[in-house]
Design a protein around this ligand. Structure first.
Ligand code: UN1
Length: 498
């Protein structure tokens, strides 16, 4: 077992990687490891990672708890300097880390590099945010009282992240948690531990004190459960499935932990008759198919004015049918595999079920074999005539599947768009300013786009959804301070003069 993470030459040696606890890279206490394979080629092992358990979680929480005593008192300027340094370290490794990300997650190399670059930008943003004013000064009824608020850190925070943005999401949770003086135990998704480890490595090398950030890899049941149940863990930031989110909400409520959830989406793109169709088709296809549709912000419903529905659907079919699916490391590939075979089988069976409904399959429709049979590939798929209430119209598939729903009016479009349990992101394509404004007001979504795709998130603005997509809290931007700190109000009176 390794003492520090090796910089493996991608594609050659299969390395073994440990946890990072109290500034030490170490194997799981049990010695157990788990294997991580390339979703584009299941014969290729990316690495072996610690299959941790209760004892490792305990060590990580103890380290974070101890480190919190001093980290909470450290200067935000010191924290900012460490985040800046980590950004520089990670930036110097973008080509390597981006490539590793692609090998273990399956998004295209362009996306892997893009996401790693985004993590660097997020670190820089939060380095800046650490230096922003924190707290307020208020007038008091007593003219001698100095009345002010400060924002204090929470304590030990659990960060639990999904595989679909294996470096950007850890960055936008961990960077603010640290910037505002919390310590962290980080449990990444088991499908993408290497990218998580590279992110932690950059922060460790940047000089984070021991115990401030701890990485524990392993399963949800053996690592996630003991982590979220420990009373020393005062807050949980989670992005992932709606089902796990619902369980975590209960756990947190029972023991009074602060919680932030980013869950699913069933994001609509409304295309009105006056839209620039060429532009709209490009954006809708990007929103639906990039990262193989595995974004909680992905577009899964195109709600289209019936007058242009045939023309628009034809353009969609052309574009989706022409997408190049293949090895995500190859320059010409536009769509990589799904995260694993289980996900590919699940999406394929949802597609099979949809074929039996009144919806009409136009493009794709199942797993891809032949040269791609060693990977978790599903053909980019387009259905039209999707019933808004059908499973395809309601259920998040998390794959490269888009359904067209024709409608008769803008009012109907918005009603259909809102008729799902989710409310993460939504787009409209129109040249009409009044309609764009009406949409922005009426749509039940935390993130609204006019004439751009439903995915994407800039670090300086709040990110999060309405309804079942979130837990009313927001991530990134100034909103991150609200989650990762708590307010203290101070009444400071001078002692009565003698
Ligand atoms: C994006 O759209 O670029 O898990 C980010 C997800 C979201 C992040 C989306 N929480 O897909």
């Amino acid at each position: 077992m390794v003492a520090s993470p090796p910089r493996s030459d991608a594609g050659t040696d299969v390395e073994t990687f440990g946890n990072y606890i109290n500034d030490e890279w170490r194997p799981a206490a049990s010695g157990a490891t788990m294997e991580n394979r390339n979703p584009a080629n299941r014969d290729e092992v990316i690495g072996h990672f610690a299959a941790s358990g209760q004892e490792d979680v305990e060590a990580a929480i103890a380290a974070a708890d101890e480190a919190y005593r001093t980290w909470r008192l450290s200067s935000p300027i010191t924290r900012a300097n460490i985040l800046h340094k980590a950004a520089n370290i990670l930036e110097s490794r973008i080509p390597d880390v981006g490539r590793e990300l692609t090998r273990e997650e399956g998004k295209t190399l362009k996306e892997g590099i893009g996401e790693t670059t985004r993590a660097v930008q997020i670190l820089r943003y939060f380095a800046g945010e650490a230096q922003q004013p924190s707290g307020e000064h208020y007038p008091s009824a007593n003219p001698n009282t100095l009345l002010y608020t400060t924002r204090e850190p929470l304590g030990v925070v659990a960060v639990i992240t999904p595989w679909n943005f294996p470096i950007a999401i850890p960055a936008w949770k961990i960077a603010p948690a640290l910037a505002f003086g919390n310590t962290v135990v980080f449990k990444p998704a088991s499908n993408t531990p290497l990218t998580a480890l590279r992110f932690v490595e950059a922060l460790a090398e940047a000089g984070l004190p021991a115990g401030v950030l701890n990485l524990v890899t392993g399963s949800a049941s053996k690592v996630g459960d003991p982590l979220v149940q420990d009373p020393r863990v005062v807050a949980i930031s989670f992005t992932g499935s709606t089902e796990t989110g619902a369980e975590l909400r209960q756990t947190a409520a029972k023991r009074g932990a602060k919680i932030q959830l980013e869950l699913g989406g069933k994001n609509p793109a409304i295309v009105l008759a006056d839209a620039d169709l060429e532009h709209a088709v490009g954006q809708v296809v990007a929103g639906a198919m990039m990262s193989t549709g595995q974004k909680c912000t992905a577009t899964s419903r195109a709600i289209v004015d019936r007058r242009i529905a045939d023309r628009f659907t034809e353009l969609l079919a052309d574009r989706i049918g022409g997408l190049k699916v293949g090895d995500p490391l190859a320059a010409e590939t536009q769509i990589g595999p799904l995260i694993d075979d289980r996900a590919a089988d699940r999406v394929a069976s949802e597609v099979d079920a949809a074929k039996k409904t009144s919806a009409e399959l136009l493009v794709g429709g199942g797993r891809l074999g032949g040269a791609l049979e060693r990977g978790a590939f599903v053909a980019p798929t387009l259905f039209t005539g999707v019933e808004p209430e059908s499973r395809l119209g309601q259920h998040e598939l998390f794959g490269p599947v888009l359904g067209v729903i024709p409608v008769d009016s803008m009012e109907e479009a918005i009603a259909v768009a809102n008729q799902v349990k989710f409310g993460l992101s939504a787009s409209i394509f129109t040249r009409d300013l009044g309609r764009a404004l009406t949409f922005a007001r009426e749509i039940e979504a935390g993130i609204v786009h006019v004439n751009s795709e439903t995915a994407g998130a800039e670090p300086q603005v709040p990110f999060g959804g309405m309804k079942g997509s979130s837990s009313y809290s927001r991530e990134q931007g100034k909103a991150s301070r609200e989650f990762f700190t708590q307010v203290k109000t101070v009444y400071m009176d001078p002692p009565p003069s003698a």
